[in-house]
Design a protein around this ligand. Structure first.
Ligand code: SAM
Length: 248
């Protein structure tokens, strides 16, 4: 039996790929990639000439059967996605599940993931968090998903596409409240990387008024319920203590 290596690739900066990932991608018989045309240039940059097969949303069922057969025949296979960690808002779940059911060893080769990279610099509580991936594209469904999350005390992490960022932030402001703290992490590890943290009122307004903030790839992080109110309570108590000292 071969092994299925699940290999993370960069989310922007070409060097964010581990030595072990490169070595693995060079040594396997075949790489299953989400979009072979997209991945080939990245692989060639690292002198990886391994043959590619496509494994994407639309062919996953058939591709999985073929790949599992190759694994059972003793070939080792690496799974990559267009960027970051496979299976994280990317294809691969069915393949990993089928491989494990067939008794094939699945080995992670960890690396970049936009959600974790964003969390690592957001300055929001990181001890407990929820990864929500992409929100529904239509506002009614998006709002009802946000309503389900409004009482969650954990930091919330969302992926969002650039053309929906402005409307999603407005929905978040309306559902979570204008004072809830949020962070927009854009173009991480790339030339125009920006990380902006402010209450949803300001963030929604800033993005609506600045087309540059609506470009590229982004992660939205929102403080869990309570974090913002706790901070405001603490600030209120601090101001009150100062006033009490000053007032006659
Ligand atoms: N598998 C990837 C990972 O591990 O992060 C995620 C793939 S998902 C299809 C693409 C989404 O991830 C983008 O729409 C964006 O929300 C987020 N993303 C990917 N790269 C990013 C980057 N460099 N900066 C900010 N967000 C990014």
């Amino acid at each position: 039996m071969g092994c299925l290596w699940v290999v993370a690739t960069p989310i922007g900066h070409r060097d964010d790929i581990s030595a072990r990932a490169i070595e693995t991608l060079r040594s396997v018989a075949v790489i299953a990639a989400e979009d072979t045309r997209h991945s080939r240039p990245m692989l060639l940059q690292h002198n990886i000439g391994t043959p590619l097969v496509a494994l994407h949303e639309h062919n996953e069922r058939e591709a999985v059967a073929t790949i599992v057969r190759r694994l059972e025949q003793g070939e080792s296979v690496a799974l990559i996605s267009d960027a970051g960690t496979p299976l994280i808002s990317d294809p691969g779940f069915r393949l990993v599940r089928a491989a494990r059911e067939a008794g094939i060893r699945c080995i992670p080769v960890p690396g970049a993931c936009a959600a974790i990279a964003a969390l690592s610099v957001a300055g929001l509580p990181s001890d407990r968090f929820v990864f929500e991936g992409f929100l529904p594209p239509k506002s009614a469904a998006r709002r009802s998903r946000l309503e389900e999350l409004a009482g969650d005390p954990r930091t919330l992490i969302f992926y969002e596409s650039s053309h929906r960022i402005a409307e999603s932030l407005v929905d978040m402001r309306d559902v979570f409240g204008a004072e809830r703290e949020a962070v927009l992490a854009r173009e991480l590890t790339k030339m125009f990387e920006t990380v902006i943290g402010e209450p949803l009122r300001q963030l929604a307004e800033r993005v609506a008024n600045d087309p540059n903030q609506q470009r590229g790839e982004c992660v939205i992080l929102v403080a869990g319920r309570g974090e913002d109110t706790d901070a405001k309570l603490a600030e209120g108590q601090r101001v009150f203590a100062i006033l009490r000292e000053e007032l006659p």
